[in-house]
Write a protein that binds this ligand. Sequence first.
Ligand code: SF4
Length: 763
Amino acid sequence: MITKRKVQIVPPEEFSQLKLTSPKKKAVGIPALISSMQHISREMGLWRGIKLLNKMNQKDGFDCPGCAWPDPDGKRSKLGEYCENGVKAIAEEATISKVGREFFAEYSVEELSTKSDYWLGKSGRITEPFYLAEGSSHYQPISWEEAFEKMATKLKSLNDPNEAIFYTSGRTSNEAAYLYQLFVRQFGTNNLPDCSNMCHESSGVGLSETVGIGKGSVTLEDLYVSELIVVMGQNPGTNHPRMLAALEKCKENGGKIISVNPIPEAGNNVFVDPQNPLAMIKGGTQLDDHYLQVKINGDVALLKAIMILMLEAEEKNPGTVFDLDFIANQTAGIDALLADLKAADFNEAVAASGVSEKEIRTVSKLFIEKKKIIICWAMGLTQHENGVQNIQEVVNILLLKGSIGIEGGGTCPVRGHSNVQGDRTMNIWEKPKDGYIDKIDAHFKMKFPREHGYDAVESIKACHENKVKFYFFMGGNFISATPDSQFTGEAIQNCDMTVQVSTKLNRSHIVTGNEALILPCISRSELDIQASGKQFVTIENSMGVVQKSYGSLDNASPNLKSEPAIVATLAKAVFGNSPIDWEKMRDNYDNVRDAIEATIDGFHDYNKRVRVPGGFYLPNCTRDRKFNTANGKANFTINPIPQNNVAEGHLILMTIRTHDQYNTTIYGMDDRYRGILNERRVILMNKSDMDAQGLKNEEVVHIKSHFRGEERIANNFKVIAYNIAKGCAATYFPEANVLVPVDSTAKKSNTPVSKFIEISLFK
Ligand code: SF4
């Protein structure tokens, strides 16, 4: 019987020194410049940093490893085509701090597990491969050859390929992702969960069912000329900061903006563009014309109330509100939707939304008058049990207006990871379409598996049930990104071997299988030299633009490998000689792109077109109003108002990021825009809810979540009175992920419900 290591799975529940300031009304400006320069000079040296930033998001440079916000098609700012959080992302991976043999000799995994995620991440770049032997407490250096041999031996020893799982984080390039899925499928499984399962899977399912593609329809230029942009369940000021420049352009062109969120965010309010001195002198640009403080999961109710008022106006003047021609010729399901709206109780919808009737009537006028409407969203819509329906209600309102596939109108799910959309396009998916498998069968003259594999949540359960022997993580920080941290950690510890491809240290290197390997890879901004010379990789952003990314920085250590090289070398070690020439793929990524061109639609002349500065747009049926659905139409759907009932005295909790955080990477301890400094164990509450529970500001509480009779506890949070919708609360992840039940997932998409957790507080 193998003894599990006694490591702490959840981050330490300890406080640091909380300092509160008033929440900011304005985003970016000089404070962002100062913060950026502080991160750069602290991590990598100011001059080295500035030289590198001049390359970021430039057409001959590298793509920011942060979010997936697009770069301008035309001229890119020479002053800097990046944001504060892009700077933090690059400073983190280009840091001069190193994690090497001395580090792992000093710290056992048990000791490291008592450290915060911030401390772990700040330890630096991992310099060579490390191995944690069964029953041992310290990582030991290992050669790449030995590491590949250990993995190959383990993989070849499995009774069934489905005893292995291969996870992908959204930073993985197209070339690495394509090789990875090909290797996994040649190995014989579709166990390809990815970070999209936990974020925009609800968008993919909701959009595919209604308009025939799981991606947004708009381009960046559409935002500039839109008449009305609605930002729902998204905090662009922190998570997609360059979006603020696009919103500013929309305002300059006379567009209107509505933001919908349980918390008012500085980034939706005023944008102080450091590259626009005139706007800076004027104190910045007011972005949202209306802020609607919706209750958590009150979005369907809000959109339904607005559609009821749109219908009223349409019935008074037919054809002046709805695009009747588009509806008649290119959609299906309108009668059912109109019947649903007529049957719906307007007052019930208003009450369920949490927004006042007066505000709803005011903003409805914009939906009635405007034609070019874009709705942008992120996790605030997708991480709900009804996440798919939230997206489909968004589609309903756009279809009524015919505001899809037109200039300035359409859907805009904003991806949080630089290549998460590209990875899915490369068929990193546990549910591959038969059409794709047909193509790789034919191209590689092999038989690839068709049986669907595990998504992220299913993979956790399979591990917990001891069905998994080998779990390979291409980037990311699975332990901290997933729900139900204690359950997930114990599940991962059931695996015989876990392998983590990473640039930096994180909690997933601490909570491992019996044996564990760390494979340090080249980062996005670093030079990637293979046998045929310097290589570039390609990335797809939220608007479906594929462009090249050329790293230029010297590698953090001479003992790193690129992700494509790791996959190809592992394949060689597992398969030996195979119909797929893995070395040829590794030695020159043009060969990978040729295979992509041959097996994935939209990549014709790939190597030629991607060398054109700025890259190219992938086909997008909704952009061309050719809906790739079963009936060839855009489909209206009926989405009931969710019953967000919780027990008396309980609250609805949502997990959020700070401004010093990117997914599970903690850049710093401040949440500057919200005025919460140097503390992550806080819970934001509405003052009236605090009074009702007799709680004072900064009082210490413990949080208990309630789900189908199950309870989960997270200790030590300081209560902060905050402008959040009544009955709602917010706290940061990954600290709060221990409260999210593994079985609490969105219907159809199985996305963890991290935005709707029923909680109570105790002392
Ligand atoms: S907006 Fe996103 S992609 Fe652009 S620089 Fe910032 S983090 Fe990077």
